[in-house]
Design a protein around this ligand. Structure first.
Ligand SMILES: NC(=O)c1ccc[n+]([C@@H]2O[C@H](COP(=O)([O-])OP(=O)(O)OC[C@H]3O[C@@H](n4cnc5c(N)ncnc54)[C@H](OP(=O)(O)O)[C@@H]3O)[C@@H](O)[C@H]2O)c1
Length: 282
């Protein structure tokens, strides 16, 4: 809890993560301002300046997140995910606000089966991943006071995601094929928001990986949801090759979260516990 209202601007604050973050920060007595499309555009320098004015902290959740569409709209993805982030970093350096920027497991190529650490070298395999990596580099170059938080396999109440898509298809009946060759941890945006609040409160700078604890394939997650909700649909494992998509996805999205765990004021809970609570709200 903070006792004097500290001002926080959330860019992309009406998206899936931004909405949960706004709720969590308001509950913790921060004075929150939310900025997002359609009335606010991170690619307009004047808009960024307006959003950061007077803020002690800025959290950048704004991003071009359509991974497949980015393959054909590389210029827009780069403008939002990279160029604008550099601009934001330079403003943070000049105006001395603390910046938290959100990034992704898609900066990695997903080779091997070891959990990625913050010291591992990115090697993106999609335009989206490349644009997010360029954003991280641009932010680092600005040398502002900042934290970069990489997250993965997000789900939440305010967006379309793997969990909501699966539920929609499962409730429609029929047999469902789910890939069993991509591994990571489904992570609730509400849990990400609590981690971000800790980074803000402690002004923790640097690069951090965050995900709910444990690892699973997409197929494992689908079976878990079906089991919890007693869904009748038959779930069949398949390979990613059976679902041709425009952008390649990393097969290994496992994160080592030891570094962020050391600065959090609570243990990171398992993906099963978080997902069970999320499903109970639906
Ligand atoms: N979703 C995932 O599985 C996932 C995984 C790893 C990392 N991430 C990262 O997590 C962060 C939050 O994403 P999210 O999951 O909350 O996705 P999201 O719901 O798509 O949120 C992104 C927000 O940014 C907004 N936005 C897009 N272009 C903009 C622009 N030019 N100016 C201002 N706002 C703009 C979007 O508005 P519109 O909806 O109107 O486009 C949306 O409200 C992003 O940095 C993303 O890269 C997400």
């Amino acid at each position: 809890m903070v006792f004097m209202a500290e001002s926080v601007s959330i860019l992309g604050g009406r998206g899936m993560l931004g909405s949960d973050l706004a709720d969590i920060l308001k509950q913790s007595n921060y004075a929150v301002q939310v900025w997002d499309l359609p009335d606010w555009d991170i690619t307009c320098p004047g808009h960024i300046e307006r959003a950061v004015k007077g803020a002690a902290v800025v959290v950048n959740c704004a991003a071009y997140t359509n991974v497949d569409k980015a393959e054909e709209q590389a210029d827009i993805a780069l403008a939002v995910n990279a160029t604008a982030v550099g601009q934001l970093g330079r403003l943070a350096q000049r105006h001395h606000f603390f910046l938290v920027h959100i990034s992704t497991d898609f900066v990695f190529d997903g080779q091997g089966d070891q959990p990625y650490q913050e010291t591992d070298t990115p090697s993106p395999i999609s335009v989206y991943g490349q644009s997010k990596w360029q954003g991280e580099l641009a932010l680092r170059e600005s040398a502002c006071a900042s934290a970069i938080l990489r997250v993965e396999w997000s789900y939440g109440r305010h967006g379309v995601n793997f969990v909501t898509k699966f539920l929609g298809r499962a409730r429609a009946g029929s047999e469902l094929k789910v890939v069993n060759d991509q591994f990571g941890a489904p992570t609730w945006t509400a849990d990400m928001a609590k981690a971000i609040e800790c980074l803000i409160r402690g002004r923790h700078q640097g690069l951090y990986h965050f995900a709910n604890a444990g690892y699973a394939s997409r197929y494992d997650v689908a079976c878990f949801i079906a089991g919890r909700l007693k869904l009748a649909s038959k779930i069949v494992p398949c390979s990613s090759g059976e679902f041709p998509v425009k952008a390649r996805r990393p097969a290994n999205s496992r994160f080592n979260t030891a570094k962020i765990q050391a600065v959090l004021d609570h243990p990171i809970r398992s993906w099963q516990d978080a997902l069970t609570e999320f499903l109970a709200l639906r």
